[in-house]
Design a protein around this ligand. Sequence first.
Ligand SMILES: Nc1ncnc2c1ncn2[C@@H]1O[C@H](COP(=O)(O)OP(=O)(O)OP(=O)(O)O)[C@@H](O)[C@H]1O
Ligand SMILES: [Mg+2]
Length: 222
Amino acid sequence: MAKPIIKIRDLTVGYDFPLLSEINLEINPGEIVAIVGISGLGKTTLLRTIAGVIPKLSGQIFGDIRRRGGIGYIPQRLGLVRHASVYHNVELGARCGVKLSTESGNIFNWSKRKSLVIRDCVDQVGLSEKIDEPIRRLSGGQQRRVATARAIAQKPQLILADEFLSELDKENADSIISLMRKYVSDTQCAMLLVEHHIVRAEQIADRIIDLSGFDSKLTSEA
Ligand SMILES: Nc1ncnc2c1ncn2[C@@H]1O[C@H](COP(=O)(O)OP(=O)(O)OP(=O)(O)O)[C@@H](O)[C@H]1O
Ligand SMILES: [Mg+2]
């Protein structure tokens, strides 16, 4: 069996107080796992800890994902550069990934390739017509799609997505779900997402972990 992309053992996350403890989780290549649970449980805190934004309180996270660009993070508050264009925000993802810079021979075709990758990612989320617009002039759902394009432009091994489908109508949510399922399957990366909407979680994920009934303990094996 393939080696998991990420393996979490007895992880405790929180701030100056623990929020979720004894977290055990493995995600295999090509697999999508969704976390559901009521507000304030610590779901965002868990993703931020795995992304390396905040330190873990205890436990271990294994996997070759901490290399440059290994984790594509779509935060709940998106973290887009509001005055910059869609193109430039997606470019930040492309620059963060390593593959693009090592695949091409010289700086001239590197910049051309990079531009093609960025335009392709923006096209995949249906925002080609807005590519030169600054983020502040986009709707909430359009901004979520930019953050999705930024994550895939990075070609990460693990995608962490925090409620990335909220503010999207059914048609757009369905299309982003198909895009992500295809992306994860084609690249054999892994995805861990937090999703409030249980129907959407079932639609996108191979496996769902409901934190509400876990009394702050999360254990799931593939
Ligand atoms: N920077 C911080 N410092 C201290 N406590 C925090 C910080 N950020 C969040 N918290 C607290 O941690 C708890 C969990 O927050 P978190 O954002 O992880 O929840 P969540 O499960 O993602 O909720 P939601 O579904 O509403 O997004 C909350 O009680 C919150 O007040
Ligand atoms: Mg949250």
